[in-house]
Write a protein that binds this ligand. Structure first.
Ligand code: C2E
Ligand code: MG
Ligand code: MG
Length: 448
C-alpha cells in the first residue's frame, strides 16, 4: 500500500488529486504512439486556465482558492470521464485534459463549450457565492504540423492565449488562422535578434513642446522595426519582444542610438536637448540595469539630466521593491523618471505618490474630447493643479488640434506631445527640424 501511495504522490497533485505534468506527458506520449501505429484517429488536448483566479485568492482567501481548485478538478473529471480521458493540474490555476484517442471522433466545439459552461457554474464557499470562469485552448494532433507532443502543447497554448486575448471565459480551437498567426510570430521571434544586430530596429523621435514658450524641450524615442520592406506594427513587436525576453535588447538599443543622436544634436545646437525613452517593466528586473543606463550616458556623452526614463504603472505589480531601488539610484545620479500613460490601467493616485516622479505623462485618452466634454476638462484642470502642487512636470500626450492646445496652455500644462506639433520623426527629419527652427524658436503657432 505504501508503495502504491508513493507512486500516486509522485504522479499526482496532492490538492486536487489530478495527474501532474509528468503523468500527463506520459499519457499524451502513449496516445500519440497509438495514432502513429494506426490504432487511433486523433489526439485531442485542452488547456484550461482559470480567469482572474488571483482575485479569489486575494479577496476571499487562500482556503477559498484551494476549494475552487478542488471543485474545478472534479468538474473537469465529470466532463472527461465519459471519454475515458485524463485531467491534470499543471500548477497554479492551470489544468489540462487529454482524451483517450479512440474517443476522439466527436465534436471538439461541444467539448470546449462544455468545459467553459461546467466551470462557470455557481460555487458556494462559506457565505460567498462564486462563479469561477476559465479560458480553454484546444488542439488536435491532426491539425498541427510536426504532430508531436511539443507541437501539440504549443498549439493548445496558442489557442488558450488567443481565448484570453479575445476576452476570457471562452474556448478557442487551434485552427488554420491561428497557425498562420503563430507562424508569423515564430518568424518575427527568430528575425528580431538578427534585426537588432543589423540595426533594423531604430528609434524615431517625437518632439516634446513647452506650451508656455513654444520651444522644443526634447524628444521621446519610440521603437520602429522595418522587416521585409514593411513596418512591423508596434503593437505586434513590443509585446513579442517582451515575451521572448528581447525587450531589454530593444530598449537598450533604442536608448543607445537615440542618446548618441541627441548628444550630438545638443553639441551642434549648443543647447541641452532632452531625451525620453520607454523602459519596459521587465528591464527593471535586470540586476545591472542601473550600470547599463549609466554606461549609455558615458559612452554617448549625454548628460544624466538630459535623460528621462518613462515607466508605466505595471511596474508596481511586479517586483516593485527591486525596481524602486534601481530608479532611486538613477534618480540620485541625475536621471529623471516619468510615469507614462497616466489615466489608463489601474491609475491609482497612490501610485503617483509611491515614488518621487519628476514627470507625469497624462494619456491621450484623457486629453481626447477635452474641448467637448466638460467632465474631461474639469478632471484635467484638477489633475494639472495637483501635479503642479506636487512639483511634477505635467506632459500631455496625443494632442491633435489647436483647440486642445489652447485649452492646455490656459490651464498651465507644461509639456505636450502629439500629431498637432509633429509625428514621430526619423533621425534626419528631427535633425532638419532642429536646424530649421533651432531649439529656442517656438513651433507652437499662437493662432489656430
Ligand atoms: P507611449 O510611450 O505612450 O508613446 C506614445 C504613443 O502615442 C506612440 O505610439 C506615438 O506614436 C503615439 N502618438 C503620439 N502622438 C499622437 C497623437 O497625436 N495621436 C495619436 N493617435 N497617437 C499619438 P507608438 O510609437 O505606437 O508606441 C506605443 C507604445 O509602445 C508607447 O506608448 C510605449 O509604451 C511603447 N513603446 C514604443 N517604443 C518603445 C520602446 O522602445 N520600448 C518600450 N519598452 N516600449 C516602447
Ligand atoms: Mg512613452
Ligand atoms: Mg504614453
Amino acid at each position: 500500500m505504501a508503495e502504491e501511495q508513493a507512486k500516486f504522490l509522485a504522479s499526482h497533485d496532492s490538492l486536487t488529486k489530478s495527474a501532474n505534468r509528468s503523468m500527463f506527458h506520459d499519457q499524451l506520449e502513449a496516445n500519440i504512439a497509438q495514432v502513429g501505429g494506426g490504432e487511433a484517429a486523433d489526439v485531442v488536448i485542452a488547456l484550461v486556465d482559470l480567469d482572474d483566479f488571483k482575485m479569489i485568492n486575494d479577496s476571499i482567501g487562500h482556503d477559498a482558492g484551494d476549494a475552487v481548485l478542488v471543485t474545478i478538478a472534479e468538474r473537469l473529471r465529470d466532463v472527461i470521464d465519459p471519454f475515458d480521458g485524463l485531467v491534470a493540474r499543471f500548477g497554479g490555476d492551470e489544468f489540462a485534459v487529454v482524451l483517450a484517442p479512440k474517443q476522439t471522433d466527436f465534436n471538439v466545439t461541444h467539448l470546449g463549450q462544455k468545459l467553459v459552461d461546467v466551470i462557470h457554474q455557481e460555487f458556494q464557499f462559506g457565505q460567498s457565492v462564486l462563479r469561477p470562469a476559465c479560458s480553454v485552448g484546444i488542439a488536435q494532433l491532426s491539425e498541427v504540423v510536426g504532430a508531436d507532443i511539443a507541437a501539440l502543447m504549443k498549439a493548445s497554448d496558442v489557442a488558450l492565449y488567443s481565448a484570453k486575448d479575445a476576452g476570457k471565459s471562452r474556448f478557442q480551437i487551434f485552427d488554420e488562422t491561428l497557425r498562420i498567426k503563430m507562424g508569423r510570430k515564430m518568424e518575427l521571434t527568430s528575425e528580431l535578434p538578427l534585426a537588432l544586430a543589423k540595426g533594423e530596429v531604430r528609434p524615431v523621435l517625437q518632439p516634446k513642446i513647452d506650451l508656455q514658450t513654444g520651444d522644443i524641450t526634447g524628444f521621446e524615442a519610440l521603437a520602429r522595426w522595418r522587416f521585409q520592406g514593411k513596418e512591423v506594427p508596434r503593437t505586434e513587436f513590443i509585446p513579442l519582444a517582451e515575451e521572448c525576453r528581447l525587450i531589454e535588447q530593444v530598449d537598450f538599443h533604442i536608448m543607445h542610438r537615440a542618446a548618441a543622436f541627441i548628444a550630438d544634436a545638443s553639441r551642434s545646437n549648443q543647447t541641452p536637448i532632452g531625451l525620453s525613452v520607454n523602459v519596459s517593466t521587465i528591464d527593471l528586473r535586470m540586476s545591472d540595469f542601473v550600470e547599463r543606463v549609466l554606461d549609455v550616458l558615458m559612452v554617448t556623452g549625454l548628460s544624466s539630466s538630459q535623460l528621462t526614463l518613462e515607466i508605466t504603472e505595471s511596474v508596481f505589480m511586479q517586483n516593485w521593491e527591486m525596481a524602486r531601488q534601481a530608479l532611486k539610484a538613477l534618480r540620485e545620479a541625475g536621471v529623471r523618471i516619468a510615469l507614462d500613460d497616466f489615466g489608463t490601467g489601474y491609475s491609482s493616485l497612490s501610485y503617483v505618490l509611491e515614488f518621487p516622479f519628476d514627470e507625469i505623462k497624462i494619456d491621450r485618452s484623457l486629453a481626447r474630447d477635452v474641448t467637448r466634454i466638460e467632465q474631461n476638462r474639469a478632471m484635467l484642470v484638477h489633475l494639472t493643479r495637483m501635479f503642479h502642487d506636487l512639483d511634477k512636470t505635467v506632459t500631455i500626450e496625443g494632442v491633435e488640434t489647436w483647440e486642445q492646445t489652447q485649452f492646455l496652455m490656459d490651464i498651465g500644462v507644461h509639456l505636450a506631445q502629439g500629431f498637432y506639433f509633429a509625428k514621430p520623426l526619423e533621425l534626419d527629419e528631427a535633425m532638419a527640424l532642429l536646424r530649421g527652427v533651432g531649439c529656442s524658436d517656438p513651433i507652437v503657432p499662437r493662432t489656430g
